[in-house]
Write a protein that binds this ligand. Structure first.
Ligand code: TRP
Length: 346
């Protein structure tokens, strides 16, 4: 039997999903799951670094889990679980800490940016920075290394973290297995498999309501599960220029058209582009076309989402089933590493 390679990624539950997440992260990850043995999880302990309101955190965890499921994640095919359900994550984290240079953590972008912001304000460089933020890459390395991950689909901002996981794994492999070829007989496998980041190059940049990239921090998002009325209202609010109905318009610089492209078939795209160029179509009409196409895609997702959110027991059971599949894999890795480290007397 040919073993499929493993793809793993963590989803930080820090807010409501929007269509930028859907086209930029969810869809590409679900595509990848067709070819790989996929292990996707909700990184709830990573979220704890910034989310201290318990009600908000548990609500967001469920919303994000329901969001991936309603967007098409099949829990029969993808192992889908909460990070917090895998205690081995935290055991491996502690082991990895002993192999992680503090200097490596000092160089992590997120930590460096926080220090720089403090310094610019004249504050204590470490003001407001918790150890969870500082050691974030070690926890993430444990997430990845526990599951023998080959590829880690992530956005560009996370590539450094995956490289750190690679560095840390190499330190352990080197310490316990030496600088030998793994094909040599004494090792049937590497202690920890080295992961690589897979940055999806050709994913669409989704423009937000104001034309900038759609992002929660810009407050310009279209939520994935906006009720129909709200969806229409948000689309009608998209900022346009003052070109009149008769004027020919350039589809490629119109964010309405760029958004439309995400939802429409090739034929529909070509036909709307033609209407833009001909003139005679106002922005209101373009927005209606966008609303119809968006709603066609989003309505069934929204329905599934609402059903899952109305039945949290079922949702939790799906996540628990995923955790049950994930735990033995994680336990095997931790057992292997403890044995290599000489702290397993079984
Ligand atoms: N740090 C990732 C993010 O902010 C989330 C994450 C946690 C992750 N653990 C991971 C991603 C392991 C990939 C692999 O988006």
């Amino acid at each position: 039997m040919i073993m499929k390679k493993v793809a793993l990624t963590g989803i930080k539950p820090t807010g409501i999903l929007h269509i930028g997440n859907y086209f930029g992260a969810i869809k590409p990850a679900l595509e990848l799951a067709k070819e790989y043995d996929a292990r996707y999880f909700i990184a709830d302990y990573h979220a704890l670094n910034t989310m201290k309101d318990p009600k908000e955190l548990s609500a967001t965890i469920r919303q994000v889990a329901a969001g991936w499921l309603s967007s098409g994640l099949d829990p029969e095919k993808v192992i889908f679980y909460r990070q917090s359900s895998i205690p081995e994550t935290f055991e491996l984290t502690t082991i990895l800490m002993a192999f992680t240079a503090k200097g490596l953590m000092n160089r992590a972008h997120a930590y460096k940016a926080a220090v720089q912001e403090n310094t610019e304000k004249g504050d204590d460089p470490d003001g407001g920075i918790n150890m969870g933020l500082f050691t974030y890459p070690v926890l993430m390395a444990a997430d990845i290394l526990l599951f023998d991950s080959d590829v880690v689909p992530v956005g560009k901002d996370q590539v450094q973290h995956v490289e750190m996981a690679q560095d840390i794994a190499q330190s352990l492999n080197y310490n316990y297995q030496g600088e030998r070829e793994f094909s040599e007989r004494q090792f049937s496998r590497e202690l920890l498999r080295l992961p690589r980041a897979a940055v999806q190059e050709n994913v669409a940049v989704v423009p937000g309501l104001d034309g900038r990239k759609m992002s929660k921090s810009y407050g310009n998002v279209i939520p994935l599960f906006a009720p129909e009325k709200e969806l229409r209202k948000l689309i009608m609010r998209i900022v346009t220029n003052s070109q009149g109905v008769d004027e020919p318009k350039d589809p490629d610089t119109s964010q309405i058209y760029l958004l439309y492209k995400l939802f429409a078939t090739g034929e529909e795209q070509a036909s709307l582009a033609k209407r833009y160029r001909q003139g005679g179509m106002g922005w209101g009409e373009a927005k209606e076309a966008l609303f119809a196409a968006a709603n066609r895609t989003l309505a069934p997702i929204r329905e599934k989402f609402d059903a899952l959110m109305a039945d949290p027991k079922k949702l939790d059971a799906i996540l628990e089933e995923g955790a049950e599949k994930a735990r033995p894999i994680a336990a095997a890795t931790v057992a292997r590493v403890r044995k290599a480290a000489g702290i397993d007397f079984s």
